[in-house]
Design a protein around this ligand. Structure first.
Ligand SMILES: C[S@@+](CC[C@H](N)C(=O)[O-])C[C@H]1O[C@@H](n2cnc3c(N)ncnc32)[C@H](O)[C@@H]1O
Length: 500
């Protein structure tokens, strides 16, 4: 990846580019995963990266301009061929589009001396888009250690579209039955897995789901238990985002759970000691408080703020094996580890917890920038070490392994799903972002499908699709359950069991 070229193109300014000087000698490439919708015999639509920009409508000349961005034409050639002609129904000229389409908020094409992609597995276009998003959201500087709780408490005003636009999760992509999950939904498959692990026997009486989003996992998990089994279980949601609580309880109740919800921070669970049988925490650890510790603080064990001191005390108390030499500054998953301690406290002996999130096993967490907020990779070696230190029995594996996800299934590129959602919105046709196979997309789109070009599919386990291998599952059991051993009497060397 040529950083210099990218930084030129991914500049944060919204100013139209001046197509002059050296730029005229550069070549133009259309984004490889661009979805083009043909609305009529003389009208085509494309979707810019930024949701706040309107869809771009093109006439035949505009569509030809897009088609000519194939890495062969220089900007000089494009300007001379299309510059003065009207390319859109709103009288935009080719020049007008050329000045904007390479801008981060549009991200429809790239100008440079060489293509930003070599081999598809290098995913360089993805990296380019990632940088573009980072630059455009430009949210790094303001992000304090408390920004994540502030974002969830105040920044999310409505559940509408949150998981379609701002942060799409694995469970959201698989909320409908999908071939890749053996024809099941994510929540149902997770439920089956918990049953196989023996976590639903004896039947839990209190399940807590932390950070449940809209509540699809609970809805699907319900199908794994009989009505009479569910009647004796209380399902509690705990979430920092108030607007999500309504959807959580309503989906769960309609699925047959006896459910309630509370707004709270999982780093301080509002439950009494030893009161919960099962905790489900799906894609939430990366949202918990990060602490940025300096090498100085780590070496001296003296924190510059009370929160940093708390983090350093926790590192010492849990004997966390931090990699040395310390970099100048490291991110430490303080919130996730505090939550782990809370899970230990509130679980009953014999209770279980599952924590699923993207993460790493060595080094220090990196930030992952999303619209409006930044999340942090979870350092799972630290989590596992801490879990064992607390006394948990732990198991750990990548999510695809836990759910036995079949890599044979091909699913629609998520970027394409986002673009189709926007196009369908303009057509007043319902369409939601999820993991579509070709047949599923055909069923969903009907007549619209043949009007779309640029659709491409990935193997569900291809890192270029959603990076499922980056997601890990940590499974915990708090020892000390009462074991109901059958009673027996010995007589002449034989044991005679009774099931009393
Ligand atoms: C990425 S979403 C995952 C939602 C859902 N589990 C899914 O898989 O689609 C993170 C969820 O955790 C909640 N959350 C974030 N930080 C939290 C915290 N510190 N305590 C409790 N909930 C939190 C968010 O409001 C949201 O519901």
């Amino acid at each position: 990846m040529q950083d210099t070229t990218i930084s030129i193109r991914a500049q944060q300014s919204d100013e139209p580019l001046k197509i002059e000087g050296d730029l005229l000698n550069q070549r133009a490439w259309r984004m490889p995963d661009l979805i083009i919708y043909q609305h009529g015999p003389e009208e085509w639509w494309v979707s810019p990266l930024d949701e706040d920009l309107p869809l771009i409508q093109l006439n035949r000349m505009g569509a030809s301009l897009l088609g000519a961005m194939d890495g062969h034409s220089t900007l000089a050639a494009l300007v001379s061929r299309f510059g003065k002609w009207v390319c859109g129904p709103n009288q935009e000229t080719g020049q007008w589009f050329l000045e904007r389409w390479a801008q981060p908020r549009y991200s429809l094409c790239f100008y440079g001396s060489e293509a930003p992609s070599g081999h598809s597995t290098e995913a360089k276009w993805d990296l380019l888009l990632q940088r573009v998003r980072e630059g455009w959201h430009g949210n790094v500087a303001e992000e304090t250690e408390g920004h994540l709780s502030k974002f969830h408490m105040q920044g999310i005003q409505t559940q509408h579209g949150h998981f379609e636009i701002i942060e799409t999760t694995v469970s959201h992509l698989f909320r409908e039955p999908c071939e890749a999950l053996h024809g099941l939904t994510y929540g149902r498959l997770l439920g089956q897995t918990l049953r196989k692990m023996g976590w639903l026997t004896p039947r839990p009486t209190r399940i807590v789901e932390v950070g449940a989003g809209l509540g699809y996992v609970s809805k699907e998990l319900a199908g794994e238990l009989r009505d009479d089994e569910r009647q004796h279980i209380h399902y509690t949601f705990l979430d920092l985002t108030r607007p999500f609580l309504g959807s959580q309880t309503s989906l769960a109740r309609s699925a047959g759970w006896n459910a309630s919800a509370t707004q709270a921070n999982a780093e301080h669970l509002p439950f009494t000691d030893g009161s919960v049988d099962l905790i489900i925490d799906n894609e939430n650890l990366a949202d918990m408080t990060p602490v940025h510790l300096t090498a100085n603080e780590l070496e001296s064990h003296e924190g510059t703020t009370p929160q940093h001191q708390g983090a350093l005390d926790l590192i010492r108390r849990l004997h966390l094996p931090l990699d040395k030499p310390f970099p100048n500054e490291v991110i430490f998953n303080y919130g996730a580890l505090s939550f782990l301690m809370e899970v230990w406290r509130v679980l009953k002996p014999g209770g279980h917890a599952i924590m699923i999130e993207f993460g790493i096993e060595t080094g220090y967490p990196e930030p992952v920038k999303l619209p409006g907020h930044t999340e942090y990779e979870v350092q799972y070696s630290h989590m596992r070490h801490a879990a064992r230190g607390l006394g948990f029995r732990e198991q750990y594996c990548p999510l695809p392994q836990l759910l036995n996800i079949s890599g044979d299934t091909q699913v629609l590129c998520t970027g394409a799903a986002y673009a189709i959602r926007r196009i369908c919105e303009s057509l007043d046709t319902p369409f939601s972002v999820r993991a579509y196979t070709q047949d599923e997309l055909k069923q969903s789109l009907g007549d619209i499908l043949p009007k779309l070009t640029g659709l491409h599919y990935h193997s569900v386990l291809d890192p270029a699709w959603f990076g499922l291998w980056d997601f890990k599952a940590l499974m915990l059991e708090k020892p000390g359950a009462k074991i109901h051993r059958p009673q027996y009497q010995e007589s002449k060397g034989f044991r005679w069991y009774s099931q009393r």
